[in-house]
Design a protein around this ligand. Structure first.
Ligand SMILES: NC(=O)c1ccc[n+]([C@@H]2O[C@H](COP(=O)([O-])OP(=O)(O)OC[C@H]3O[C@@H](n4cnc5c(N)ncnc54)[C@H](O)[C@@H]3O)[C@@H](O)[C@H]2O)c1
Length: 258
């Protein structure tokens, strides 16, 4: 049986952990050769090992998505290693301790926005340049999916910077979707709900009192599994989603409905 992404090349940022790792594994299972990008080399190489052990093809790119030269090198690495870039999942992100809006330092704001919003912009920019340079196959040159959040739709308490960055990711997604669809590139976003990843565990460790209200945002008070979120992202990059463009897919078991 052939997979959704046979004979194609996928790139996933933040693929050393959580949702990104799960997406890299699913892309590989569906037939893609996968570039695993992360700023954590040990974690990224571990993802590559997991994929190779399962019979897939993957390579690691040490990348900081908030640094344009690093992002440009990541896209070049994908093309040098595997010859093209068909799917790109811009997923790397950070969370932060809760802070009140009026006490937030500019440095805290800038660090968050630099990774969670500017990072997505930089990745999209360089991915689009590459995709536009590729010959269209049946009118299509590539697909992008960005990881936003439920906080891209509704506010996350104590997280003005995270909320603003994730709302911004949906804006970037829509602009690219509108500008590039007729040139063969689709762009969509996923908005995960509370998902059981190292990021979530760290947030709860930092602030144990946040666990109950966080879990209350998902039906059954149960966090999603990384693979449950990642599967939707991988599908959005596939042929089956060829007429899905500029959408923000909420993947949270129905916690937020808009
Ligand atoms: N876990 C959740 O509940 C949840 C909910 C909504 C949205 N999200 C979003 O999903 C995405 C993935 O989150 P996760 O929960 O899997 O987190 P995670 O912390 O488990 O994984 C994030 C990965 O991104 C990498 N990373 C961080 N900054 C980077 C940078 N500057 N350059 C390159 N890599 C970088 C980290 O090293 C890590 O491997 C994030 O964008 C996050 O905001 C997560």
């Amino acid at each position: 049986m052939s997979g959704m992404h046979e004979d194609s090349v996928a790139l996933v940022t933040g693929a050393g952990s959580g949702i990104g790792r799960a997406a890299a594994e699913i892309f590989a299972r569906e037939g893609a050769r996968v570039v695993v990008a992360d700023r954590n080399a040990e974690a990224g190489n571990e993802t590559v090992e997991i994929i190779r052990k399962a019979g897939g093809d993957a390579a690691f790119s040490l990348t900081d998505v908030s640094d344009e030269a690093s992002v440009a090198a990541m896209v070049k690495f994908a093309v040098d290693t595997y010859g093209a870039l068909d799917s790109a999942m811009n997923n790397a992100g950070i969370s932060d301790a809760q802070d009140s809006f009026h006490e937030m330092g500019l440095d805290v704001w800038e660090r968050m926005v630099g990774i969670n919003l500017t990072g997505v912009f930089l990745c999209m920019k360089h991915e689009i340049v590459q995709m536009l340079s590729q010959e269209a196959q049946d009118g299509r040159r590539g697909a992008i999916v960005n990881t936003a959040s439920g906080a891209g739709i509704v506010p996350a308490p104590g997280q003005p910077h995270y909320t603003a960055a994730k709302h911004g990711v949906l804006g970037l997604t829509k602009v690219a979707a509108a500008e590039y669809y007729t040139r063969g590139i689709r762009a969509n976003a996923i908005c995960p709900g509370i998902t059981d990843t190292p990021m979530l565990r760290e947030a709860i460790r930092r602030n144990p009192e946040s666990e109950e209200p966080l879990l209350a945002t998902v039906p059954g008070n149960t966090p999603g599994r990384p693979e449950d979120v990642a599967g939707s992202a991988v599908w959005l990059c596939s042929e089956g989603a060829r007429w899905v463009n500029g959408q923000s897919l909420i993947v949270d078991g129905g916690g937020v409905m808009r």
